[in-house]
Design a protein around this ligand. Structure first.
Ligand SMILES: Cc1cc2nc3c(=O)[nH]c(=O)nc-3n(C[C@H](O)[C@H](O)[C@H](O)COP(=O)(O)OP(=O)(O)OC[C@H]3O[C@@H](n4cnc5c(N)ncnc54)[C@H](O)[C@@H]3O)c2cc1C
Length: 419
């Protein structure tokens, strides 16, 4: 853009912190409004996929991130009985059907604590002069042709800005405000009946595989190694279970987990208090257009996905690089935001549709869906073309149901999502 902009970023989460840093690095004046009284991410570990890693490499951070996390070679999903449901390996991307042999070798996921990644962005924000105002819940905004003002719960203005970036997460208040006030905007939101207790704990299993285990009741658990003999433990619950788990206390929950499986029980038994767990809800949400005048939506605020594909943060990172580059490239904010929306449309539509489709199969007590899942998942990776598509989807490299991305020189040297 022709002049430095004054930009308000609402939400200092994973995507907001990355974007705030990039915008400040580009010379803009950036103020972040975060509702929490202090900064820091909520939740335990996260799986960084090849698309997110490509962004981190572009930011010059990948080596540091790799050193803080651990390599994940693939995913094993199984029944509580031990019966295999599916196995997906990043190395499956070496398939010739991709048309790009250089994409496959060496690709992997990275399991890392959210706090480790967040700290890297927060430090960079500080160095780049980003102002972070905590304890400010932004509920709405008001805009004229020339400026936009974030408004708090009481309707008080928090200042005048050239742009407002809404990165207030999957339950975005600003998304609700946008669709309530702009008839051209719509958001499709599916709230799930399931959530998760999410915590870090010592782990003695395979340190390089993400393991997911399901049972017939709809329980889904996950163990993602994050390095140093620890894992991020995901204990799926129905939302109404939270109150009874908290009321019954730690020992009762540890017994319940141990009855589910000895491996999960060993993790739960090492958790000193239920306060170590984050109770999280999740949803699929997507806006038809992530732009409202001088307001632009990124990350989960624009396109939330359930955690089953491990894509939400990775998509938020790609949003950050695409938006920062669009603002550099165009003189007019309108052109920059249109460019961002256009370049993110296909991929975010695919991943919200895909997680909306898969989530009821992954985490279900419905007998018909369960039977379909149990019959289909074991054979799908055995079908050569389908296997590559599944691995591409997991890696964050798909743009639509049919077309794989075909990078010209391989992912590392030619990050495909924003070129
Ligand atoms: C259990 C679980 C496991 C997951 N695992 C993975 C994974 O392995 N890989 C992956 O890529 N993704 C994963 N995700 C998804 C990932 O966490 C999100 O996609 C990612 O954090 C989105 O970043 P964001 O910046 O858009 O939102 P967030 O990181 O949620 O940040 C939103 C921020 O906005 C603040 N905020 C909210 N409302 C307001 C307001 N009104 N005013 C001011 N501030 C506000 C919040 O306090 C928060 O700091 C998982 C999610 C869950 C729940």
């Amino acid at each position: 853009m022709s002049r430095p902009l004054r930009i308000a970023v609402v939400g200092f989460g994973m995507g907001g912190s990355a974007l705030a840093w990039r915008l400040a690095e580009a010379g803009n004046e950036v103020v972040v409004f975060e509702q929490a009284p202090s900064t820091g991410p909520v939740g335990a570990g996260i799986l960084l996929q090849p698309n997110g890693q490509a962004v981190l490499e572009h930011f010059g951070m990948l080596d540091e991130v790799e050193a803080l996390g651990t390599t994940i070679t693939g995913l094993d999903a199984r029944h509580r009985s031990g019966r295999r449901l599916t196995t997906l390996d990043y190395s499956m991307l070496g398939s010739p059907s991709l048309g790009s042999p250089s994409l496959g070798p060496g690709l992997h996921g990275i399991g890392i604590m959210r706090s480790s990644l967040f700290s890297l962005f927060a430090q960079r924000c500080e160095r780049a002069g980003v102002e972070v105002a905590t304890g400010h819940r932004v509920e709405r905004y008001r805009q004229t042709g020339e400026e936009v003002e974030p408004l708090n719960e009481t309707g008080e203005s928090l200042g005048s800005f050239d742009l407002l970036v809404a990165s207030d997460g999957s339950n975005s208040r600003l998304r609700s405000h946008a669709v309530e006030t702009n008839p051209a905007l719509r958001a499709r939101v599916i709230d799930y009946a399931y959530g998760a207790m999410w915590m870090a704990a010592p782990f003695v299993g395979d340190q390089h595989r993400l393991v997911q285990v399901v049972d017939r009741s709809g329980r889904l658990i996950g163990m993602l190694p994050v390095g140093d003999g620890r894992c991020s433990f995901f204990w799926g619950i129905r939302l109404e279970e939270q109150a009874s788990i908290e009321a019954a206390g730690l020992a009762s929950w540890q017994r319940q987990v141990s009855e589910f499986s000895a491996e999960a029980g060993a993790i739960a038994n090492a958790v000193p208090s239920l306060s170590e767990a984050t109770f999280s809800t999740y949803r699929t949400a997507r806006m038809n257009l992530p732009v409202d005048g001088r307001v632009v939506f990124v990350g989960d605020a624009a396109h939330a996905t359930s955690p089953h594909l491990g894509q939400g943060l990775n998509l938020a990172l790609v949003d950050a690089v695409v938006l920062a580059e669009a603002l550099e490239r165009h003189a007019e904010h309108r052109d920059a935001l249109d460019d961002y929306a256009q370049r993110r449309r296909a991929t975010t539509r695919f991943y919200t549709q895909m997680t909306g489709f898969l989530t009821p199969f992954f985490q279900t007590s419905n007998p018909a869906l369960r039977v379909m899942r149990d019959l289909a998942l074991p054979v799908m990776p055995l079908v050569p073309g389908l296997r590559s598509h599944m691995a591409l989807t997991m890696s964050g490299l798909k743009r639509s149901w049919l077309s794989p991305i075909r990078p010209r020189r391989g992912l590392r040297s030619d990050p495909p999502h924003w070129r």
